[in-house]
Design a protein around this ligand. Structure first.
Ligand SMILES: Nc1nc2c(c(=O)[nH]1)N[C@H]1C(S)=C(S)[C@@H](COP(=O)(O)OP(=O)(O)OC[C@H]3O[C@@H](n4cnc5c(N)ncnc54)[C@H](O)[C@@H]3O)O[C@H]1N2
Ligand code: MOO
Length: 413
């Protein structure tokens, strides 16, 4: 491609800005806490109760009055009458009388009058009477009411991303629902008359739909909801109907295929008439032909990605992931990179940002290119865990160069 053609292309940064200026944070809703893993809180959460909700024992032992243990030691144990047991979940009514104690289990409510709990290891373990050889401090082994969370505290702030620990806290304070930005529902459609459902014997000229399953999995792995609609042939009305049918349940639509310059590039054909979708060449490799805009009354964002599987997947990482993050309320922007030493050499097209596939080694802070430039190389894509970002002005990466890397799995976002 000539330099003047490259100059006419939109830059990767401009295309991402268009995308992020268009997609919106999803309106908050109350969801059951069983369904909020990975979602972002839309409001502060205030605890209605204190934690612990009552004074309770942190050990299995004996609830005691300190005055009864004065001078207790290995060679001069204090002896107390054991009034009974307090198990977790049960309550001892009444006040602990002088000279007595209660056998108490971890988590059980400390009886009135008790000032500490003696672990069973400091005693002879008696059940009628017990000999105690060591004196605890006041409140020792007691988890005091409100010492973790006080009723009325803001326990989680708006903007917090909920994970297992935060969900555990919500449950502990008795919240059944949480106000969150919900999971974006992302409808994934593969177009192309050559495509068949994986598992179907391949006829001449046919290939399996790899993009649908890959992109649906990528959406789900982010904590959004991927809805794979399946394959649509290169029939304009079929593509139009499928997109319109899906709008009712979609927060975003992603199509692959049919956006280049071929005679059967139907996505481009039908969406050009439908609304604001703009088809552009972006100065990147792979992923040059990109379509993005909105469709339907609700202005649902739509990405029409190139059909080549590597191009489609790279487009997901560069544009769709940040867009979904914005819809979910996760702080977003261009993908973060890490610097790594490149073990291997390859060329890069002038004027385009290349996203070469690589195997990144976080321990050695190095990356090894895998596969060539071909946008069809799914075998190599599956081996890769990183994208090597080669700037527009660089035409060659030589062995030992420092490069910037987007770590696709297990790296910064
Ligand atoms: N004359 C030109 N030809 C092409 C250009 C160009 O500028 N001038 N651009 C090339 C680039 S770059 C790309 S990327 C592709 C984009 O093509 P389309 O988006 O129109 O996609 P298709 O033609 O439908 O398919 C391309 C390729 O990918 C395979 N494919 C499609 N869908 C799937 C799927 N769901 N799973 C697996 N593989 C899929 C398809 O069979 C084709 O091999 O255009 C170049 N051509
Ligand atoms: O730009 Mo296309 O996306 O390489 O193969």
């Amino acid at each position: 491609m000539s330099d003047s053609e490259n100059a006419r292309m939109r830059s990767v940064d401009d295309h991402l800005k268009t995308v992020l200026d268009t997609v919106q944070l999803l309106a908050p809703m109350e969801l059951p806490i069983t369904d909020v893993n990975g979602l972002v809180l839309a409001e502060d959460v205030v605890s209605a109760i204190s934690l612990p909700p009552f004074d309770n024992s942190s050990v299995d032992g004996y609830a005691v009055r300190l005055a009864d243990l004065e001078g207790a030691a290995e060679d001069s144990p204090a002896e107390l009458r054991v009034l009974g047991d307090v198990a977790a979940g049960s309550v001892h009514e009444g006040i602990l009388e002088p000279g007595t104690c209660l056998r108490i289990m971890t988590g059980a409510m400390v009886p009135h009058g008790a000032e500490a709990v003696v672990p069973v290891e400091w005693t002879d373990g008696g059940t009628e009477s017990v000999r105690i050889t060591r004196v605890p401090e006041r409140d020792e082994h007691i988890r005091v009411l409100g010492s973790d969370v006080a009723a009325g505290d803001v326990v989680l702030k708006a903007g917090t991303r909920l994970g297992p620990r935060q969900i555990g806290l919500l449950a502990a304070i008795g919240q059944v629902h949480a106000p969150v930005h919900p999971h974006p529902r992302v409808v994934v459609l593969s177009t192309g008359s050559e495509l068949v459902e994986p598992g179907t014997p391949l006829g001449p000229g046919q290939i399996n739909d790899g993009n649908g399953p890959a992109l649906t999995a990528a959406v789900n792995a982010m904590g959004a909801t991927g809805i794979r609609v399946g394959i649509i042939g290169d029939d304009p009305q079929g593509v139009l109907d499928a997109i319109e049918d899906q709008l009712i349940r979609a927060d975003m639509v992603v199509t692959t295929g049919g956006v280049s310059v071929g005679a059967y590039d139907v996505v481009k054909e039908v969406l050009s008439t439908l609304g604001t979708v703009e088809f552009t060449k972006v100065a990147m490799q792979p992923g040059m032909p990109q379509g993005f805009g909105t469709v339907g009354e609700d202005r649902i964002p739509i990405f029409t990605l190139p059909g080549n599987p590597v191009s489609a997947y790279v487009s997901f990482e560069i544009y769709i992931r940040p867009a979904i993050e914005k819809m979910m309320g996760i702080e977003t922007g261009p993908r973060e990179t890490v610097t790594a030493t490149c073990f291997g050499a390859f060329t890069s097209p002038s004027g385009k940002r290349q996203f070469a596939r690589g195997i990144y080694d976080p321990h050695g802070l190095s990356v090894r290119p895998v596969g060539g430039h071909g946008s069809h190389l799914v075998g190599d894509l599956a081996l890769a865990n990183a994208l090597i970002v080669v700037p527009e002005y660089v035409t060659e990466v030589v062995d030992g160069d420092d490069v910037e890397v987007i770590v696709m799995e297990g790296g910064p976002r």
